[in-house]
Ligand binder design. Structure first.
Ligand code: ATP
Length: 370
């Protein structure tokens, strides 16, 4: 239960198209993440599912029932917001219980039992008599979750629920939320602009940009097979490198590089002229030039570059490099190297890019060629 279907949903606010023709079908018990940059329409999509906004066009179904005109109270959903929306004058017990009082049909004893069980699930029994002002951010977040869980809804909707927590707590709560969602097995739609959060938590991700759905898929599918340049750039940290150029005689030319195509790349490129090569930083091999031997072979996928910036992150380094020539408008290439291979600014390096790891996008449309 708890299947959500968005069928060509559109929402306009006057001239602004917040969400345009979005179709997504969740599976029962799925953890679906709506992810994308600020203003891409994530919250508006979630608010349409919640019943807080009415679609301008298209249809919304929950478990096959048409929802467009149904008020939020009759949708069997529970929503958790970024700011927790707890009542400051109520205790934790009263706040959680409030989630049940909004629904008819519970006796006082049943409500108490359910509040106790929920508090036990969330590890907040000791906090039941405190007021929200006496709680940390993480504890407040648990209470907000408690108020949603206690109602045992068909669907959870969460809008950036971890945004107000510090980095360490956020990462801890991610794991807890994931565990909780799996235990409860309730279909959950979760909004975030944070790609790391999306990649680590979601069964599937729906990537939005400019109100339009770019791709829906499992995290690793989006990482390995992005539908277009936008998804490729949005998923992955540090982000994919984009080298702008054109094709000439089965060779990519751009950013000071000449990169010969293998058969896979040549087939995919066909007669497209304007190209963008996508290279994941973790797929680039970097060696100091004095460690490298010999001249560049014809058809080689090795290049000499110069280190512009090298950032140390302990277990790994992020190295930004450019081709060492007179031109200044070359794209920078960022690579992730292991912490042992330290290169520093100004070093001359040999960079190897395995053609199997390369993505190619149409330079005009941004569509994936391979
Ligand atoms: P953020 O991550 O910044 O919260 P978002 O992806 O959730 O962004 P939305 O809040 O859904 O984006 O907004 C999508 C677009 O619709 C934006 O251009 C926004 O300005 C516009 N918008 C949202 N709500 C309204 C409204 N009530 N009236 C007019 N425009 C709105």
């Amino acid at each position: 239960m708890g299947r959500i279907q968005l069928d060509h949903l559109t929402k306009r606010f006057g001239e602004t198209v917040a969400v345009e023709d979005v179709t997504i079908d969740t599976e029962d018990g799925e953890f679906l993440i709506l992810v994308g940059p600020s203003g891409c329409g994530k919250s508006t999509t979630l608010r349409m599912i919640a019943g807080l906004e009415r679609p301008t066009d298209g249809d919304l179904y929950i478990d096959g029932d048409h929802m467009n005109y149904r008020v939020p109270q009759n949708r069997d959903i529970a929503m958790v917001f970024q700011d927790y929306a707890l009542y400051p004058h109520m205790t934790v017990r009263e706040n959680i219980r409030f989630g049940l009082e909004e629904e008819a049909g519970y006796t006082a004893a049943e409500m108490d039992d359910q509040v106790d069980a929920t508090a036990a699930d969330l590890g907040i029994v000791d906090l039941l008599d405190r007021k929200p002002g006496e709680l940390s951010g993480g504890q407040q977040q648990r209470v907000a979750l408690g108020r949603a869980i206690v109602r045992d809804p068909e669907v959870f909707l969460m809008d950036e629920p971890l945004a107000n927590l510090d980095a360490k707590l956020r990462s801890q709560m991610r794991t807890e939320l994931q565990q909780l969602q799996a235990d409860l097995d309730v279909t959950t739609v979760y909004v975030t602009h944070n790609q790391t959060e999306a990649m680590t938590m979601g069964d599937r991700l729906a990537v939005l940009n400019d109100g339009r759905l770019q791709q829906v898929g499992e995290p690793l599918t989006l990482y390995h097979e992005p539908a277009n340049q936008f998804v490729a750039g949005f998923i992955g940290e540090p982000m994919m490198n984009f080298l702008h150029g054109y094709a000439d005689d089965e060779t990519f030319i751009g950013s000071g590089l000449e990169y010969p195509f293998d058969d896979r790349l040549a087939d995919a490129v066909g007669d497209t002229d304007e190209l963008v090569l996508g290279v994941r930083p973790e797929a680039i091999d970097v060696r100091r030039a004095d460690d490298a031997t010999g001249e560049r072979e014809p058809g080689s996928h090795e290049f000499r570059m110069q280190v512009a910036v090298s950032e140390t992150h302990g277990d790994q380094n992020v190295v930004s490099m450019t081709v060492d020539d007179e031109e200044t408008d070359h794209d920078t290439l960022r690579a992730v190297t292991d912490g042992m291979h330290v290169v520093t600014q100004g070093d001359s390096v040999v960079v190897t890019i395995d053609p199997d790891t390369i993505h190619v996008f149409d330079g005009e449309t941004g569509e994936t060629l391979c």
